[in-house]
Ligand binder design. Structure first.
Ligand SMILES: [Ca+2]
Ligand SMILES: [Ca+2]
Length: 350
């Protein structure tokens, strides 16, 4: 078929209906969960300016550390999906009130699962209205820079060798079940080697987000300056993930998937996202995928670079679509004409 006939949406292989069911299930879980969560008090507050000793039940008694908020949220999963509201500030996953022993631990990570919703951008402690939310003004940063000493690096290919990042955590956030990230910045993840400890497997993947067995929605987030062997901003395996209205900027990969690497995926969807200046040394400057369905809608891509596939590298050998300002979204459904017709209107294989 003519290329123009498949130019509205990007989608690899089948499973679109499954994807929507999966995403719907997350949304329903959140929507159903919010009301009982609120009723049960499972609305948890975190602010890095809060005094120690808080219980998270209000802004006046907010937790200082996000890690404590996440632990508390797990205790409320039974009552519905808890919501964590995180005020303006910078949060690192090695800090908590009860475990000073993990300070500087590179394997520390924010663990999100159980349908927990984590929302940043609140004014927080000391504000006239601490519940006021403006994600552009009250910036909530989840940072992998445990020591708070990262030098600014503009070139993502140089993130890997930047010595001030060698002690950063491997994954800023690890997602292992249903969850929502909304209005936060995720930066400084460093799933990359250090001289005296050869890293293997997961330690090398997904510096911003490591996503496995998850149903995740990422909404209005900035993922910036994360570096990994694969998937600088996010490594996704056996998971459904939807990123909407997000910016993925200046993330890097030593091998492939400067921004996102998706292996054994179910469904990966990007909607109304900006992908800018992500780089991979081998392939997939922005995205690297291995099967599954990948859908890109109304996205903008600028200056993503890699020797193979500036925007995307598909490891299954399917031809990568071209995406640019004149073609911000499109469809490539390669393995099943039947599914292509049903879900996209396409009539032939790629
Ligand atoms: Ca604060
Ligand atoms: Ca650092």
């Amino acid at each position: 078929m003519a290329r123009s006939h498949r130019s509205q949406i990007v989608a690899w292989s089948g499973g679109k209906m499954m994807k929507h069911k999966a995403i719907d299930s997350v949304l329903k879980a959140i929507l159903v969960g919010v009301m009982p969560a609120l009723a049960a008090g499972a609305l948890i507050h975190v602010d890095d300016d809060a005094p120690l000793g808080g219980d998270g039940k209000s802004w006046a008694t907010a937790y200082r550390y996000l890690r404590d908020g996440l632990v508390s949220a797990q205790g409320w999963v039974w009552a519905g999906s808890p919501e964590i509201r995180v005020a303006q500030g910078t949060y690192t996953p090695d800090q908590s009130e009860g475990h000073p022993d993990i300070i500087g631990e590179r394997r520390a990570t924010f663990e999100l699962t159980g349908g927990v919703s984590l929302a940043g951008g609140y004014a927080g402690v000391g504000a006239a209205d601490p519940n006021r939310r403006d994600i552009a003004h009250y910036i909530t940063i989840l940072s992998g820079d445990l020591a708070g000493d990262d030098a600014s690096v503009r070139d993502p290919n140089r993130l890997g060798n930047e010595s001030t990042r060698a002690d950063n955590c491997h994954h800023v956030v690890t997602v292992t079940g249903p969850g929502v990230l909304d209005g936060v910045t995720i930066s400084g993840g460093h799933a990359w080697g250090i001289p005296d400890l050869p890293l293997k497997g997961a330690d090398l993947m997904g510096a911003g987000l490591f996503v496995t067995g998850a149903d995740l929605i990422v909404r209005k987030c900035l993922l910036e300056a994360n570096f990994a062997n694969e998937g600088g901003a996010a490594y996704v395996e056996d998971s459904n993930i939807l990123l909407t209205q997000c910016t993925l900027a200046r993330n890097g990969a030593a091998v492939q998937g400067g921004a996102i690497c998706s292996r054994a995926p179910r469904d990966v969807e990007l909607a109304s996202c900006l992908l800018i200046a992500n780089e991979a040394v081998e392939g997939g400057g922005a995205l690297c995928c291995e099967g599954g369905l990948v859908e890109v809608r109304n996205c903008t891509t600028v200056a993503n670079e890699a020797p193979k596939g500036c925007f995307l590298l598909d490891l299954t050998g399917r031809p990568a679509p071209r995406i640019g300002s004149s073609q911000p979204s499109f469809l490539l459904a390669s393995f099943s004409p039947a599914i292509s017709r049903r879900t996209t209107g396409a009539t032939t294989r790629q």
